[in-house]
Design a binder for this molecule. Structure first.
Ligand SMILES: [Zn+2]
Length: 483
C-alpha cells in the first residue's frame, strides 16, 4: 500500500530530500535567443518541483497551471508534433544542449514555440489559443528545462532479452516497490480511490479521508485510526509472486536494497531480510507507545487491532499499577508521565482532584502525515547504495510519491532502470517498460532467466504472451494466454 500520501501543510515529505527535477547542467548562454533565452535564465532554478501530487501530472502543487499530454495522446491534439517528431526533438535537446536547441528551432524558425511545446508533453492551454507565438515562450522554457533535467533513457536497453540479460548479470539490484505488488493479495491500495477504503471512511466525518493517517488527528482521537486499521492490516502470512521474486533476488545475492512504500510488511512473510529492506513509510512490523516510547513487535497489538480496540501500552500500565500500590501522596506526581496535552486535560476535568492515569496508546510505526520519514532512507541511498547499484527495478508504483520517487534521479544516469506495472508513467524515462500484472511479468522474466520462481499463484503451465506497444521499442505488454 502506498501509504504516505500526497503531502499537505507542514508535512516534511513536502521538502524532498533530493529534488527530482533539479536542473543540474546549465547550457552556456552564448547565443542570442531573445525572449526564450531570458525565460530560460529566469527559470534556471525552476523545475525543482518533485511532482509528488497524486493524480494529475502537474508541475506545481498550486496548480493545474501546466498540464501534460502523453506521447500517445498527441495524435488527438491539433497542430501538435507527431510522436516521432516529439521523440526526435527531445533527443536533439539532450544531444546538443539547451542553447543550441533553441537556436536551431526557434531562432531559425524551423518550428513554432506552440508546436514545440507539445514535443515536451505540454498541453496547450486554452487561454493562449490565438495568441502570438511568443506567448508560448515561457511555457516552452519550462518544458525545455524540465526535459533537460530528466535522466535520458539509455538507448542500448529495449527488448525483453535485454531485461533478462540485465537481471542475470546484475549484482546489486535496487528494487522499488509500491501498492501494486500487494493488490493481488487483496490488500487495498489506499491511494486509489476505487478500492472502497475511502467510502468506508465516509462515516467517520472527516473532511478528508486521509486524515485517518494524520498524526494530529491520531493524537486527538486514536479511535478513528483503529476503526479502520483492521482493514489494512495484513493478517495472513501470505505473499505474492512478486514478493517471492524479491526474495529470489536476495537468495541469489543480487538484492542490494528493496525500498518499499508499502506498510504491510509482507516482504517479511516472503523472507526478505530486514537488513535488505527500507520501509520508506514505516510499517506494522513494530509499534510504539505515544506516551513513553515503549516499543513492541507489531503482532503484539494485532489482536486488539483486529477487534477494533485501541491497544494500550503495557509499560505504562505496569507503572500505573505499581503506583496504585504506593502511598496516595506520591500517586499524583508519578502518574503524569503523559504528554502535556493529556496532563492539561486531566487537570481541567478532574474536579475532585483525583487523577485517573491512563496508559499511552500503542501506535503502529507507520509514518503518518506530519511525521518524519525514517532516517534510513536518505543515508542508505546516498551514502551506500548509490555507489553500488547496477540495476533498478521499479515494481507496482506510479513513482509519484516522495521519497521513493526521488530514487531514480539520485542514482548515476548510466544505471539501467526497468519499470514493471500495469500502466506506464510519463514523468520518468525508464529504459524498459514491462507492462501488465506484475506477478505475471516477474514470473515470465524468471522463466526466461532460467530461474525457478515457485509460487501457488503461478500456475505451472502458465503461458505468457508478450506484445510490443506500437511506437515504443522498449515497451512491452505481458498477458497470460487464455486468461
Ligand atoms: Zn507507554
Amino acid at each position: 500500500m502506498d501509504l504516505v500520501p500526497a503531502p499537505r501543510g507542514e508535512n516534511p515529505v513536502k521538502t524532498p530530500m533530493v529534488e527530482v527535477e533539479a536542473v543540474d547542467v546549465a547550457a552556456p548562454a552564448n547565443t542570442e535567443t531573445g525572449a526564450l533565452q531570458e525565460a530560460l535564465e529566469a527559470l534556471s532554478d525552476f523545475g525543482t518541483d518533485s511532482d509528488n501530487s497524486d493524480g494529475d501530472d502537474a508541475l506545481s502543487d498550486d496548480g493545474d497551471i501546466i498540464q501534460f499530454v502523453r506521447d500517445d495522446q498527441l495524435q488527438d491534439v491539433p497542430g501538435a508534433c507527431t510522436r516521432e517528431e516529439a521523440v526526435a526533438y527531445r533527443k536533439r535537446l539532450h544531444d546538443i544542449g539547451k542553447a543550441a536547441f533553441v537556436e536551431e528551432t526557434l531562432v531559425q524558425e524551423t518550428v513554432t514555440a506552440k508546436k514545440l511545446c507539445t514535443a515536451f508533453g505540454i498541453k496547450l492551454p486554452d487561454f493562449l489559443e490565438g495568441a502570438p507565438d511568443e506567448a508560448y515562450h515561457p511555457l516552452l522554457a519550462i518544458a525545455i528545462s524540465r526535459e533537460f533535467s530528466r535522466r535520458p533513457k539509455l538507448p542500448q536497453y529495449n527488448s525483453i532479452d535485454d531485461a533478462v540479460k540485465l537481471l542475470k548479470e546484475a549484482k546489486n539490484i535496487i528494487v522499488l516497490t509500491g501498492a501494486g505488488i500487494s493488490t493481488s493479495l487483496g490488500i487495498p491500495d489506499f491511494r486509489s480511490k476505487d478500492t472502497g477504503l475511502y467510502s468506508k471512511l465516509a462515516h467517520l466525518g472527516l473532511s478528508d479521508p486521509q486524515e485517518v493517517f494524520d498524526i494530529h488527528v491520531f493524537r486527538e482521537d486514536p479511535s478513528i485510526f483503529f476503526s479502520i486499521a483492521k482493514d489494512i492490516l495484513p493478517t495472513e502470512k501470505k505473499f505474492s509472486p512478486t514478493h517471492g521474486f524479491i526474495k529470489l533476488l536476495q537468495d541469489q545475492g543480487k538484492l542490494l536494497t528493496n525500498y518499499t512504500q508499502n506498510i504491510d510488511n509482507i516482504e517479511a512473510n516472503a523472507g526478505v531480510l530486514a537488513e535488505n529492506m527500507v520501509q520508506c513509510h514505516g510499517s506494522f512490523a513494530t509499534a510504539t507507545c505515544v506516551k513513553c516510547d515503549f516499543k513492541v513487535a507489531g503482532d503484539a497489538i494485532f489482536n486488539d487491532i483486529k477487534e477494533g480496540k485501541i491497544p494500550e501500552c503495557s509499560a505504562c500500565r505496569q507503572r500505573i499499577d505499581e503506583d496504585a500500590l504506593k502511598p496516595q501522596g506520591l500517586k499524583r506526581k508519578r502518574s503524569s508521565n503523559g504528554n502535556q496535552k493529556d496532563r492539561k486535560d486531566d487537570e481541567s476535568s478532574d474536579e475532585d482532584d483525583y487523577d485517573i492515569p491512563t496508559p499511552g496508546v500503542m501506535k503502529p510505526d507507520i509514518t503518518f502525515f506530519g511525521e518524519d520519514l525514517p532516517d534510513e532512507f536518505g543515508s542508505r541511498l546516498v551514502g551506500h547504495d548509490r555507489q553500488l547499484a547496477d540495476l533498478v527495478i521499479v515494481i507496482g508504483t506510479s513513482l509519484k510519491v516522495a521519497p521513493v520517487a526521488e530514487v531514480p534521479g539520485v542514482l548515476p544516469r548510466d544505471v539501467p532502470q526497468i519499470y514493471i506495472s500495469r500502466t506506464p508513467v510519463s514523468h520518468t524515462d525508464f529504459d524498459i517498460d514491462l507492462l501488465g500484472d506484475c506477478d505475471v511479468v516477474v514470473s515470465e522474466l524468471c522463466r526466461r532467466a532460467g530461474w525457478n520462481l515457485q509460487h501457488p499463484m503461478i500456475p505451472p503451465d502458465e503461458q505468457v504472451k508478450i506484445s510490443p506497444v506500437e511506437g515504443y521499442e522498449s515497451r512491452h505488454v505481458f498477458t497470460v494466454v487464455g486468461a
